[in-house]
Ligand binder design. Structure first.
Ligand SMILES: C[C@@]1(CC(=O)O)C2=NC(=C\c3[nH]c(c(CCC(=O)O)c3CC(=O)O)Cc3[nH]c(c(CC(=O)O)c3CCC(=O)O)/C=C3\N/C(=C\2)[C@@H](CCC(=O)O)[C@]3(C)CC(=O)O)/[C@H]1CCC(=O)O
Ligand SMILES: NC(=O)c1ccc[n+]([C@@H]2O[C@H](COP(=O)([O-])OP(=O)(O)OC[C@H]3O[C@@H](n4cnc5c(N)ncnc54)[C@H](O)[C@@H]3O)[C@@H](O)[C@H]2O)c1
Length: 218
């Protein structure tokens, strides 16, 4: 049975410190680079996209890792070197300092500071995240790809329903009725289809779905 609980974290303007410049270090760097200041420390760097992260060519030992963490004061440390003992040491130092750590070569039981990076789908304000508790990242990736296909337009759906909720409130509709109307839109195959195909105007379809519900059209 899984024992990890997903929480969503805002790393805007925080430092994320990555040890290891291989393909895994690059993938994690890309993941955080839009929000955070990412620093990657590694003696060598793969020919990969690091999302514009700052790269420092250095091969720290466990002692130097402590200095790096104390100097950069990161919100998250990623241990992605190919040296298992060093990855363990990085996780230990981060944990001692109460800093979140993503140990990329470890699955299974973990301390509270030890976080799993899930497979994520982002579309506008919507984030979907999958973890298999470290059991099978390949399954996480597979589900992420399926979600991307299945829920194309979900970001717009969230935005549309947020606007709708506000409009109905402005019109003086009570909370019960509003809730029913919003749920009707979210459950409407016609609205999803309009979002997915891009052919019909989703706002018009939403209006039609709502007026059916409130009986305006009858
Ligand atoms: C989801 C994703 C997020 C990301 O990294 O961004 C992610 N791994 C991804 C891909 C992937 N990783 C691996 C493969 C090869 C196939 C396979 O082995 O399954 C593939 C697939 C591929 O590359 O095609 C190998 C692998 N991964 C870990 C180990 C070590 C171990 O298990 O001990 C090994 C074995 C290394 C070895 O061979 O020794 C460990 C972790 N990988 C995690 C996350 C965390 C658990 C997530 C969960 O709970 O499911 C965890 C525990 C720690 C962490 O990194 O946070 C990203 C997909 C992103 C996407 O596409 O959306
Ligand atoms: N979490 C995941 O999704 C996942 C997927 C595959 C592999 N892994 C694990 O992650 C680790 C990295 O995988 P990879 O494919 O990127 O490996 P890799 O060999 O391509 O990269 C390792 C990087 O670590 C660097 N390095 C070596 N010594 C260092 C030091 N002292 N300080 C900082 N950097 C140092 C190397 O120069 C290299 O750039 C491995 O331990 C592997 O088992 C995790």
């Amino acid at each position: 049975m899984g024992s990890v609980i997903p929480l969503f974290h805002d790393f805007t303007d925080e430092t994320v410190l990555v040890f290891g410049g291989g393909s895994v270090g690059a993938r994690k760097s890309r993941k955080f680079a839009d929000e955070a200041d990412v620093v990657v420390v590694s003696p060598e760097f793969a020919d990969a996209d690091f999302g514009g992260a700052e790269r420092v060519r250095e091969a720290p030992d466990a002692e130097a890792v402590v200095e790096w963490i104390d100097r950069t004061d990161p919100a998250l440390v990623v241990a992605a070197t190919d040296d298992a003992a060093l990855n363990d040491a990085i996780a230990e130092v981060a944990d001692e300092r109460g800093v979140l750590v993503n140990q990329t070569d470890a699955s299974g039981e973990r301390d509270a500071n030890s976080v799993v990076v899930p497979a994520t789908v982002e579309d506008g304000p919507v984030t979907m995240a999958v973890s298999t508790d470290g059991t099978s990242p390949a399954v996480s990736k597979y589900l992420r790809e399926r979600f991307e296909e299945e829920f194309a337009g979900v970001g717009e759906m969230a935005e549309l329903t947020a606007e709708l909720r506000q409009d109905l409130r402005d019109e003086g509709m009570g909370p019960e009725e509003r809730r029913a109307a919003v749920r009707r839109v979210v459950n409407s195959g016609r609205v999803w289809k309009a979002l997915d195909s891009g052919r019909s105007n989703p706002s018009q379809v939403v209006s039609a779905v709502i007026s059916n519900n409130t009986g305006d059209s009858s």
